[in-house]
Design a protein around this ligand. Structure first.
Ligand SMILES: NC(=O)c1ccc[n+]([C@@H]2O[C@H](COP(=O)([O-])OP(=O)(O)OC[C@H]3O[C@@H](n4cnc5c(N)ncnc54)[C@H](OP(=O)(O)O)[C@@H]3O)[C@@H](O)[C@H]2O)c1
Length: 249
């Protein structure tokens, strides 16, 4: 029996990077996985990879920054498989920019996706998990939840919020003795498409000032997710800080 056999999972941002690696790892561990993101073609590739190893996946094109779409994503998963055991709130953008550039639309995109998207996901699954009296919400935060550098003010603010939201929800559920687990994963640098969306080219000067290091791979973060998910039910891994060995700060 695989460790996540019969578990029903939703992974947001499953079309690339950490979300793709996590969806694949969960499916390999036996879970049925709903794949949510905007790029349908990329989700189709992930679905095929999962089916090629004998897994089961559901493709749900979703803009996670739109509440009604997140609600529909969860409803579709529940209708197909009868419940939701795991939600991995992973979709996110890191649109680093210096504050004086006033890239207000990018600030809004980060707040709408990284913060409000996570809230929408939690709101949509909590009634189902409460009724089941089981479930696990994993929020992909960042080590930027505890640090800020020039250009990261808004991104760091959204990730600090994700980590504290996770802890706040966990605290309330624990007080109620409601057996729903909550985990935040604070990841350091991972090789993905994340930095490709940065439009403030001056930010790359900041990057260039850092000595090169070996980044983590998306699969390394997926391993951390799997670790949290495969603990006994009475153990809740609250937060994992995972960084590249060579990452100093
Ligand atoms: N890479 C790192 O160093 C690092 C470190 C710490 C934390 N993280 C966090 O890890 C998460 C995943 O990032 P990644 O590094 O794997 O980057 P990535 O490869 O760029 O993946 C981002 C994912 O988010 C999805 N996404 C973006 N906007 C969306 C929207 N409006 N609705 C639905 N999905 C949306 C993208 O899919 P579509 O474009 O197809 O919608 C994609 O699947 C993010 O929350 C990020 O903050 C990354």
């Amino acid at each position: 029996m695989k460790p996540l056999e019969n578990q029903i999972a939703i992974v947001t941002g499953a079309s690339s990077g950490i979300g793709e690696a996590t969806a694949f790892a969960l499916a390999a561990a036996g879970a049925k996985v709903a794949l949510a993101a905007r790029r349908k073609d990329r989700l189709g590739n992930v679905k095929k990879r999962i089916e090629d190893i004998g897994g089961e996946a559901l493709l749900i094109p979703t803009d996670i920054s739109v509440r009604t779409q997140v609600e529909a994503m969860v409803a579709q998963t529940q209708k197909k498989w009868g419940g939701v055991d795991i939600l991995v709130n992973n979709a996110g953008v890191m649109l680093l920019s210096f504050m004086d550039k006033l890239k207000v639309e990018e600030w809004e995109r980060m707040v709408d996706l990284n913060l409000k998207g996570v809230l929408y996901g939690m709101a949509a699954v909590l009634p189902i998990m409460r009724a089941q009296k089981s479930g696990h919400i994993i929020n992909i935060s960042s080590d930027a939840d505890r640090k800020v550098f020039p250009g990261s003010a808004v991104y760091s603010a959204t990730k600090a919020a994700v980590t504290w939201l996770s802890e706040g929800l966990r605290f309330e559920l624990a007080l109620e003795k409601m057996p729903i687990r909550v985990t935040s994963i604070s990841a350091g640098a991972v090789t993905t498409e994340l930095a490709k969306h940065i439009t403030d080219k001056d930010i790359f000067e900041v990057f260039r000032s850092h000595p090169p290091i070996e980044f983590m791979k998306a699969a390394d973060v997926a391993e951390a997710v799997l670790f949290a998910l495969t603990q006994p039910r009475h153990v809740d891994i609250n937060n994992i800080l995972v960084r590249p060995t060579q990452q100093a700060t």
